[in-house]
Design a protein around this ligand. Structure first.
Ligand SMILES: [Zn+2]
Ligand SMILES: [Zn+2]
Length: 697
């Protein structure tokens, strides 16, 4: 390197950082003029660094040129902090010498926060978030000064050369610890089992730790947190008993940790926190003969572009590609229950706590809340600041509609189907405790009521919790005072019902598709049935965990028998399933006289044990009536709202061969809703039916 000026030194350092083992490098500067020849428009200056290890002759020159060969090209944005006006450089074709280009003065305003442009600031910014949160966030400070109870096992982070090892906590031992939230998979043989147990209690050899664990341990050291909980190392993986015991406490572990370290952009444990590989800014300073002292700064240009944040990613494919952790079902409760989370994303760190969300680029602060309903992730996504924060809702968990949590959770991916109820058990258990407390304290209506968790549903809100469905709702509803939600997608494909018993057919946990619920803006919901009894055999000791075959609820309600048919598709060509003879639901206008459309829970036509056949009788079981406001499209644009009464119903199939001594036995196959438009289109009274007792399995 020829010592020329600060710019050259900056370029040299930048190259060195971008490619530690380069043998050949070239760098050039690209200046794009302002748009539309507008002299006031800001010009962009880019430093392009090309490294090519195939060239043998080391080269370092600053040029104005375009890339010639296929090589690794990194673009940097250059920033100049300067006192007075520098001279226009006398740059030759091949080299820019001595003087700083005028264009540097007209860089786009820096949108990035300190930690991005100043390499020394990254860690202080993260520390500041944590400090502010623990010291001054009213919603985030613990209620007592007591340290939390430690998990049964934890990693003791070895400081000053001491080994990192797994310790078992004594009874009632307390202390601060962090939790790791990560995607499983990758080359990870680093688990706690019968073979590794004794060795790991002495020391976990650093070489067996996958990159994500190593990174998390390093973070703990930086944060001064001496303990870390990692599921695969703190739960014995070859012991069913240990897994059952510990998985039921996981919610509590996350709820009590100091911070949750989330490997949000790491697809598996081999993918190190991307943040470490991120080239940060390079700084250089010098003195220009004309303009005096100046500072130069270069940082990768892609950081200057608006970053994508997971609060905006409501499309599942995008979410899974950029923030794979957040598409995993297990993470749902980990994120909900942790008091604060540091998300290590591919180009920045995002901090999430009860009072809001901050990120390094600064883009998420101030409410980038684009509430896309597509994935129903708003429950955990809408975490930007203020009263709307994740936190507030976490505090008010008992008031939170369970249906909202379930619709978000049900869209997420699970490796082991059997975990469908287990991965949300911590949230259910927390909700149960909070609801019980609040009911005893303040709620006169519910006082003294015992709440039972029924395979993913709650006994006290069964009329709402049973009203889940797959695909779009057949009707559009009013959401809030002025916004109208129209269910655009009319998905008709369904996954098959799994052969493995996950839950009773009336539970959303029994199927593999995402579910939705009727809007919570409905008013005056009145149940049309009574819960008489529930029988929920548990797979473990955890009342909120997995269940085993044989779950049933005994109900008293009306059962309307009907036959069913396929109705050929309209313009879109998608055929629909209709209930043809539901007495009391016939529409009076001819157009719709062909039956009541219902939405199946699974691929009901696919051959197999759960297939429904043309000769099968189906039954309609009215769950609840409610007032809703419907949006009716007139022509294309204008809309009117019709107030109406709606009846939510389950579609059932009779199960024979079961104990008939106590009444009929049905299983759920679908959902339907019928409405009584203001004009009195339907007659929804089904008084000719008397309530009967029956089982749902
Ligand atoms: Zn906070
Ligand atoms: Zn950001």
């Amino acid at each position: 390197m020829r010592e020329r000026c600060s710019l050259c030194r900056l370029v040299h350092d930048t190259i060195k950082q971008s490619s530690a083992s380069y043998s050949s490098c070239e760098a050039w500067i690209v200046t794009s003029p302002g748009r539309n020849n507008d002299v006031n428009a800001k010009r962009e200056v880019k430093l392009v660094v090309q490294t090519n290890i195939s060239k043998s002759k080391p080269l370092f020159q600053l040029r104005k040129q375009q890339p010639q060969t296929q090589a690794t090209v990194t673009e940097y944005t250059l920033l100049l902090d300067v006192g007075d006006t520098p001279e226009t450089p006398s740059a030759s074709q091949s080299e820019i010498v001595l003087k700083i280009p005028e264009a540097f003065k007209t860089l786009p305003e820096n949108q990035t926060s300190k930690s991005w442009t100043d390499p020394d600031q990254q860690w202080p910014v993260i520390e500041q978030w944590l400090h502010e949160c623990t010291a001054s966030h009213e919603l985030c400070r613990g209620e007592t000064a007591d340290l939390p109870e430690l998990p049964s096992r934890f990693l003791e982070i070895g400081a000053h050369g001491a080994p990192t090892r797994i310790l078992a906590s004594g009874n009632g031992a307390r202390g601060a610890y962090a939790c790791l939230s990560h995607c499983w998979g990758g080359k990870n043989n680093c688990t706690l089992n019968e073979t590794t147990k004794s060795q790991f209690s002495e020391q976990i050899p650093p070489y067996v730790l996958p990159p994500v664990f190593t990174d998390a341990i390093a973070m703990c050291k930086k944060l001064g947190i001496p303990r870390l909980w990692i599921d695969s190392l703190c739960i014995q993986q070859d012991s069913v008993k240990d897994w059952q015991q510990e998985s039921s406490k996981m919610g509590q572990y996350y709820a009590n940790c100091t911070v949750c370290i989330a490997a949000t952009s790491s697809a598996n444990s081999s993918a190190s926190f991307q943040i470490k590989a991120r080239p940060s800014g390079i700084r250089s300073s010098g003195t220009d003969p004309q303009s005096g002292p100046f500072t130069l700064l270069a940082y990768p240009s892609h950081l200057a572009r608006p970053q994508s944040h997971f609060v905006q990613s409501y499309e599942k494919e995008k979410l899974a590609a950029e923030f794979p952790l957040l598409s995993r079902a297990w993470v749902f409760q980990e994120r909900w229950l942790s008091p604060r989370t540091l998300h290590f994303c591919s180009s920045e760190v995002v901090f999430e706590c009860a009072e809001g969300t901050s990120c390094e680029c600064g883009g998420v602060r101030g409410g980038l809340l684009d509430d896309g309903p597509k994935l129903g992730l708003s429950v955990v996504r809408g975490t930007t600041g203020g009263a709307d924060g994740l936190a507030k809702r976490r505090r008010d968990l008992h008031k939170m509609p369970w249906s909202e949590l379930v619709s978000a959770y049900s869209a997420l991916d699970l490796t082991k189907l059997g975990d469908r109820l287990v991965a949300i058990s911590g949230l259910a258990s927390t909700m149960h405790a909070e609801r019980m407390t609040s009911f005893q304290e303040v709620d006169e209506v519910h006082k003294g009521l015992s709440i039972q968790y029924l395979a993913g549903l709650w006994s006290h809100s069964l009329e709402t919790d049973l009203a889940w469905f797959v695909g779009a709702t057949p009707l559009s509803c009013q959401a809030g005072e002025q916004k109208y939600e129209v269910m655009a997608s009319h998905r008709t494909d369904r996954k098959s019902r799994p052969t493995e018993y996950l839950a009773p057919t009336w539970s959303w946990a029994s199927i593999l598709d995402p579910v939705r619920f009727l809007t919570d803006n409905v008013q005056g919901r009145k149940p049309l049935f009574e819960l008489l009894d529930a029988h929920i055999p548990l797979a473990t000791d955890d009342p909120f965990g997995a269940v085993t075959n044989g779950c049933s609820i005994r109900l008293r309600g009306k059962i309307l028998s009907t036959s069913w048919a396929m109705r050929p598709g309209d313009n879109s060509g998608t055929p629909s399933l209709v209930l043809t003879e539901v007495v009391g639901t016939q529409q009076l206008d001819k157009e719709d006289a062909s039956g009541l459309v219902f939405t199946p829970d699974f691929a009901v036509l696919s051959p197999g044990p759960y297939q429904i056949r043309p000769q099968d009788k189906l039954y309609v079981f009215p769950l609840a009536t409610q007032q809703v406001k419907y949006l009716r499209w007139v022509r294309e644009a204008s809309a009117t709202i019709d107030a109406s009464r709606s009846t939510a119903c389950l579609v059932l199939k009779a199960v024979y061969g079961l104990d008939e001594k106590y009444g009929a036995v049905y299983e759920r196959v679908g959902f339907t809703e019928y409405v009584n438009f203001q004009g009195g289109v339907r007659n929804v009274d089904c008084n000719k039916y008397v309530a009967e007792d029956f089982f749902l399995v």
